[in-house]
Structures are given as C-alpha cells and as structure tokens.
Design a protein around this ligand. Structure first.
Ligand code: PRP
Length: 178
C-alpha cells in the first residue's frame, strides 16, 4: 500500500524534526506550568504521542473525540462531543493537539468550549494548517506545516479511516489508491 503513493508531501524525517522544534518551543513556554495536552481523536494520535515524548517539562495527557455533522471532507461547524475529557481543567494550562486545521470550525468550537471551563490558558498546536480553506479566523500558536488545498493522508490523517498509519504525509491521488 505504502509504495502506491508517488507524491510524498512531508517525509518522515521532516515530520520528526518539526515535531521536535514544536516540542522544544512548548517545553520552553510551559516551564514550571505542568500543561495538559488534549489530543483530538483520532487524527492527532500519532502527533500527540511523538510530541509528548519530546516535551521536557512534566505534562499530562487527555483525549477528546468530536464529530462534525456533514460530509466527510467538509465541516459544517456543528460539533458534537463523543468523548469528553477525563480531567477537570479549571486552573490548568491546556494545549489542544490537532492534526489539521481546515475551516477552523472544529477548533473554534473546542477552544470556546474548553475556555468556558475556566482553565488558566488554552493554546492550540496543530501539525498541519490549510489557510486557504478557512471559514473562520483562527489563530493557532504552534503550527507544523502549511499545506495547500489538497486531500492529505498519513501520520494520523485518513481517507475513509485508511492511511492513518503511514509514516509520512502524502496527497491522496484523485483516482484513489489500491
Ligand atoms: C478533522 C481534523 C479536525 C477537523 C478539522 O477531523 O482532525 O478535527 O477535521 O476540520 P475543520 O477545521 O474544518 O473543522 P475528522 O472529522 O476528519 O476526524 P478524525 O480526526 O477522527 O479523522
């Protein structure tokens, strides 16, 4: 399956070094703050695992699952929480870890939702961003890579639940992949 992708957009080494840079920035910014990293399932799972292991300050991990109504490639902005946090985040420094910001609707909703729980702070760390697809203005403090408006898969990102386990990020060919 893996060899079927002839266009690797972001290779394994490039991902690893960018994740290390983001982790170094987070470690510096959260010195003495014991942040709570919130992984948004499922796409951010590998990013979260790699990022957390490169962060040098003590941190905790939690997970949320959300679902947007609408088609599989377009977010409608209505977000349903399928799995909520286990942790009480009041007074905590929260870092939401995402795989991709597309329209920005999911994260706008999530950030607002988490803010309402009175945390000390909420920031977002997203591996990818597609600025050309934005429907709402959304500022993300930590971003890995900007990508064009193409359907990308791998390193957590899926097409119909497949390709999440690729070690690199690739553009899904329009004719699909066997
Ligand atoms: C993707 C991604 C974000 C959201 C971004 O999730 O992980 O949560 O869409 O889109 P937006 O900026 O337009 O709101 P998806 O619903 O594909 O779920 P998954 O992470 O389980 O693949």
């Amino acid at each position: 399956m893996i060899t079927e992708f002839d266009q690797i957009l972001i290779g394994e080494k490039e991902i690893r070094s960018r994740v290390a840079e983001l982790a170094a920035r987070i470690s510096e910014d959260y010195e003495g703050k014991d942040p709570l990293l919130v992984c948004v399932l499922k796409g951010a799972v590998f990013f979260m695992a790699d990022l957390a292991r490169q962060i040098t300050v003590p941190c905790e991990l939690d997970f949320m699952a959300v679902s947007s109504y609408g088609s599989s490639t377009d977010s409608s902005g209505v977000v349903r929480i399928l799995k909520d946090l286990d942790a009480n985040i009041e007074g905590r420094h929260v870092v939401i870890v995402e795989d991709i910001i597309d329209s920005g609707l999911t994260l706008s909703y999530l950030r607002k939702n988490l803010h309402a729980r009175n945390p000390a702070s909420v920031e977002v760390c997203s591996l990818l961003t597609k600025p050309s697809r934005r429907k709402v203005d959304f500022a993300c403090k930590y971003t890995g890579f900007e990508v064009a408006d193409e359907f990308v898969v791998g390193y957590g990102l899926d097409y119909q639940e497949k390709y999440r386990n690729l070690r690199f990020i690739a553009v899904l060919p329009e004719e699909g992949v066997e």
